[in-house]
Design a protein around this ligand. Structure first.
Ligand SMILES: [Zn+2]
Ligand SMILES: [Zn+2]
Length: 128
């Protein structure tokens, strides 16, 4: 049983790396094609475990299903407004630190997350 769970975790982690910021449903679809015995509940549970265990990022974005990212280094994401995909972006000119809340909101900030919107490279070049 333990061994089977480890195997399932590996399969799900591989799917996460293969797919581009997938939702749990997309991971399930991918895994299920190759391993029909892996249940939807397992996929959701394992992904949740990756997120709490620091093996994956859980990306909660406005109005969308939660997406997962195996890249746990801090990085930025951009939504393509044409095809809806979420892509990694490198953005220049963002403050690296030293952010401060204004004194009227008494809050110690430790970080921030931003969501960018735009057109992905495939859509821009008409490839999708
Ligand atoms: Zn696109
Ligand atoms: Zn990412």
């Amino acid at each position: 049983m333990q061994e089977r769970q480890t195997k399932q975790k590996q399969i799900i982690y591989e799917a996460l790396k293969t797919l581009d910021h997938p939702t749990a449903t997309e991971v399930y679809g991918f895994v299920h094609e190759q391993y029909p015995s892996v249940s939807r509940a397992t996929v959701f549970r394992v992904l949740g475990g990756f997120a709490t265990g620091g093996k994956a990022l859980e990306l909660r974005t406005a109005g969308n299903e939660v997406r997962y990212d195996y890249n746990v280094m801090p990085h930025y994401h951009a939504h393509c407004t044409a095809c809806g995909r979420l892509a990694d972006v490198c953005v220049e000119g963002l403050p690296k630190g030293g952010l401060k809340a204004t004194t009227d909101c008494d809050f110690d900030l430790s970080g921030y997350s931003v969501e960018f919107f735009g057109i992905c490279t495939d859509c821009k070049h008409g490839r999708s």
